[in-house]
Design a protein around this ligand. Sequence first.
Ligand SMILES: Nc1ncnc2c1ncn2[C@@H]1O[C@H](COP(=O)(O)OP(=O)(O)OP(=O)(O)O)[C@@H](O)[C@H]1O
Length: 585
Amino acid sequence: MIERWESDDPFDARLARSATGLLASFNQEGVLTAADVHVATRAAALAGEERDEVRLAVALAVRAVRHGSVCVDLAALRETEETLPWPAADGWLEAVADSPLAAQSLVQVEDGLLYLDRYHREEGQVRHDLLARLASPRPVADEALLEASAARLFPGEGYAEQRAAALAASRQSTTVLTGGPGTGKTTTVAGLLALLTEQSPTPLRVALTAPTGKAAARLQEAVEGAQLAPQFTDADRARLNGLTASTLHRLLGWRPGSSTRFKHHRTNRLPHDVIVVDETSMVSLTMMARLLEAVRPEARLILVGDPDQLASVEAGAVLSDLVAGLAVRSPDAVAALRTTHRFGGAIGALAAALRDGDADAALDVLKSDDPAVELVDPADETRTAEVERELVRHAVALHEAALAGDAERCVRMLDESRLLCAHRDGPWGVAHWNRQVERGLAETTGEPLGIGWGHEWYPGRPVLVTANDYGLGLFNGDTGVTYQDAGGDLRVAIAGGATYAPSRLGDIETLHAMTVHKSQGSQARSVTVLLPPDDSPLLTRELFYTAVTRAQERVRIVGTPDAVTAAITHRAQRASGLRQRLGHD
Ligand SMILES: Nc1ncnc2c1ncn2[C@@H]1O[C@H](COP(=O)(O)OP(=O)(O)OP(=O)(O)O)[C@@H](O)[C@H]1O
């Protein structure tokens, strides 16, 4: 199925009035937007290319990036919807490869895939840097000490999987450490850092990093927590003392005015000896390219993440590509953790069923009596009203804590309950549910709270930061709560950060509800997931898995069994060539 936009509005900005030929047809069908059409038309005009089918191919490559793909597989795309007015299959890709657009390096064709030049270059660079790292000499280890310390830090059968992963990562310079939630990834990282710091005669410079501020804060907290385990000695803790985590943007050194170029790069590498990247599934191809070129060849790189989660917001599916590509090229570079240590049965069993694509097993878990999971039928008005009342109760409690000026409690409460939606707009979307909860809050308190009453800022308004602001020290994904201080003024307390006057915050959204995409890298005690109808193109296994695995203790799915099955059946497919390109010379 090709995702399309739909509109009855003849003045819709996505309609390209000046388009002709195939570009016009694919625009009117809702496949291409006006922006896709204009970029392709302009590039073709600059290169002197007039063939209709080549312009269409370029527009589809532009569209692909917009949908998170790095390139487009024209042949595969044709097959997904035969009714569209496709050009003749024979010779289509060859025509693009022979075009002046390719000769002038505006587009590239490789392995049957069509790329915009930038993404082809970035993919090639990631492949090159990674293969160079894999071919570099292995770090020298004091094997006897390594084995003895690994046995101490990862004792017995219960830690066997993690011990093997940490030993592998100690003996090589690049490791991809994968595992679902609660499989002990952070515990492994903490033990591995203890092993590495013990091996080094001089203090190691260690960077802990993640794509969002929230994920970086969680990583730091978890690594600090893991060191409290009895198998860590005071000497281990002393060597690991003072580790701090930062966002990838901050680590690489952001530069004003550019989100894709940083202070550290190939000729000004990062000084660190060990770099641990958490939540790697959220790292885009562009960021992975920037990271790999900035890491010193002799530094150790550990990429940690869950390849079954949604991929990055921007183009690429780097973690799952690395796992698949390295499985062929260099299987030892991937250390997979499979045993879950955190969840009680039900959430873990549901996550496993989703990962395996087993809809029957997922529905069995959801329909079981286990209080950790629940499936709510959207047609059951009594039950959905109860769910809504529960969401409003949480908002009212947050409002009361905020009125009492208890910023710390407000921030803690934020991670107790979370409503996740697939969509931003429409009856299943974040905007609607933010309004619904605010309406309930206003009705319960009798106060005109919320945007619907012209009061955007009110005590208890939970907020999500949606863009990095280095000046203020705020990061995309940070969360916070508005509270009333002792002087009666409103302030916003950011989790793990400072407090701010609301007027200083620019890129902010209300957080009574949140998209699953934005929830990546965070968790809450109790999670409610609103599944859209089964024909929603956003409903995919990766989205559902990501939503479910945000829950620490309880997950409630509002959706029909058909929507559950549809979610598990549809894969969030992203075209990229990295996995194939890693596999061959
Ligand atoms: N081998 C083990 N035996 C028993 N408990 C363990 C083991 N490894 C980790 N744990 C515990 O399981 C929980 C999850 O571990 P950890 O935080 O390391 O997992 P994770 O994969 O990093 O989780 P997530 O990414 O979901 O935050 C922690 O409470 C940890 O102490």
